[in-house]
Design a binder for this molecule. Sequence first.
Ligand code: 3NM
Length: 214
Amino acid sequence: MRMVDYALMFVTDDRITDDATFLSILEAALKGGVTIVQLREKQLDTAAFLTRAKACKSLCSLFGVPLIINDRLDIALAVEADGVHLGQKDMPVMEARKLLGAEKIIGLSVSNVQQAADANAMNIDYIGLSPIFSTNTKTRDLEPPLRIDGLKEIRKVSNKPIVCIGGVDKTNTTEIIRNGSQGIAVISAISKSRDPENESKALKNIICQVGTQR
Ligand code: 3NM
């Protein structure tokens, strides 16, 4: 299993960034120090998704930052991405691992303690705890927010690195990291910021500060 820094995951969203802004926001996020990128494009057709994934892979490679693809194993394989992020209803982990091989990253969304416990025996690299707080960015298939109490419960049962997603920003990053999450994953905190580079830097600083206090 490879070593991956999950501290600050930037997740893309094609409903927020069009082709014109996509690469400039991604570049700003990379300059600001995001440690991993997840391409999550829910509305693009396959050809457009592939085009974006290729551009994204080139840029991430320049910065030495791993790229994972949400849900679409075919796109991940086509662009030689570093892995995938899977939902509970996406391709089962065992099949994904067979197709991707041992070295690639597989993340799995979990929304409750039972799913987190079940994930312990799976050949995955991290769990994405979704949602930690309420968010307007994802509206379909969204469970109630777990909040910090839910994170604490899941931390107790899980043997995997945890990355929290959903309504994460500068105001709640400290308590998330302090309570046992390896990292945060954000869409709007970076994508909707007027200064995505500085916003990424600020989030990274908070994470690093809490990390040194732990
Ligand atoms: N879960 P924002 S994406 C809550 O893919 C959530 O599991 C996701 O957006 C998943 O940082 C997502 O703007 C939305 O709240 C996160």
